[in-house]
Ligand binder design. Structure first.
Ligand code: ASP
Length: 350
């Protein structure tokens, strides 16, 4: 087959697949989310059943988690950056209108997913960052609030106290049981960096699809660091003819592979949600060549998860490593399910 024939076949194949899929509708609506999203999937499903728009539904679902001070990976109560400031990232995509909006490094606003949705609805832009995003949110009537809870601040202070044995920051616990200032780091209470995010995607009975991803990002990050969550194609992608994918886990890996976009494109070529997700996890694993990001067997020493649905209402949660779950409301039951995985986990990974 020469190049021209190949291109012709591929293009025909793709458009045929698109037409076929447009005619397929799910037996029931489906809402999928990361494991911290069981109340989000429940809320979104209720709204979808009432006939509300899929994007309104998933955003209202994740708002419950953004506003929850006990989820330290998202919105209010999220763990802060290196300087103790909470900076949030979020994106939305609305399948029926091929709309997209996102915000990054947003400070002072509890519900960045709602701001991202307004970027889509009220501007000609897709992504607004930093102080501009905060000013936009204030113009839209959002309240500026302190997002750092006492619990998150305590965790940040503990992290800060373990950074440098030659500085003067002490974790009170280490003062009595560990090394306190300087010296040997015996029994030091270790605070690791955390990943965490919520992604939520939905398909309704008509086959319309939307998605949202929202996060406080990597804890103790360098101020201004932006992860995959607000980047269309990395932490979220929706195509109303095909399906949706969103992600949690190491954002840098998704940014370098346009991961969510690739999952949706593999589904366009005919792969199931699980096959498409695993295929992209394999690509991420193969592309992880930096020694400091690989374990002793050469595999990535981090996790990435995808939450995938297609237009027919088929779905999968997939994870680089075993032992992880995802939330799904399949139109009948709202529950946590075990994610499919690429590798058996030896140790607990984020
Ligand atoms: N993907 C997010 C980020 O890198 C964090 C996470 O989901 O764990 O900002």
């Amino acid at each position: 087959m020469n190049r021209r024939e190949f291109v012709k076949t591929s293009v025909t194949g793709l458009s045929t697949a698109g037409v076929l899929r447009a005619a397929e509708a799910p037996a029931r609506p489906v809402v999928i989310s990361s494991a911290n999203g069981l109340k989000a999937t429940n809320k979104a499903m209720k709204m979808i059943r009432r006939g509300e728009d899929t994007l309104d539904a998933v955003v209202a679902g994740v708002n419950l988690v953004e506003e929850d001070p006990n989820d330290q990976s998202v919105g209010y109560g999220g763990l802060p950056n290196e300087h103790g400031v909470v900076q949030l990232d979020a994106s939305v995509m609305h399948g029926p209108t091929h709309g997209a909006g996102s915000v990054a490094a947003l400070e002072g606003i509890k519900t960045p997913s709602r701001v991202a949705k307004l970027v889509m609805e009220r501007t000609d832009h897709v992504l607004i960052v930093g102080e501009g995003a905060r000013e936009f949110a204030l113009a839209m009537g959002f309240q500026n609030e302190d997002l750092l809870t006492d619990e998150a601040r305590e965790i940040w202070l503990k992290w800060k106290s373990q950074l440098n044995p030659n500085d003067d920051w002490i974790n009170p616990k280490d003062r009595v049981s560990g090394s306190g200032l300087g010296g040997e780091n015996v029994n030091l209470e270790r605070i690791l960096k955390y990943h965490g995010t919520i992604n939520c995607n939905a398909v309704n009975a008509k086959g319309d699809i939307s998605g949202v991803t929202t996060t406080s990002g990597l804890s103790f990050k360098i101020p201004g660091r932006v992860g995959d969550s607000p980047i269309i194609g990395a932490g979220l992608y929706v195509d109303n003819d095909v399906g949706a994918c969103g992600s949690t886990g190491r954002g840098e890996a998704n940014l370098k592979t346009c991961a969510s976009f690739m999952v949706v494109e593999y589904m366009r070529q005919g792969l199931s949600p699980e096959e498409a997700g695993l295929r992209v996890l394999k690509r991420i694993s193969e592309n992880t060549v930096e020694p400091y990001l690989r374990d002793e067997t050469g595999r990535p020493n981090f996790n990435v998860l995808f939450y995938v649905i297609n237009k027919k209402g088929e779905f999968a949660g997939v994870s680089m490593y075993s032992g992880r779950q995802y939330a799904v409301h399949d139109g009948e039951v709202n529950q946590l399910c075990d994610a499919a995985y690429l590798y058996e986990a030896k140790d607990a990974l984020e």
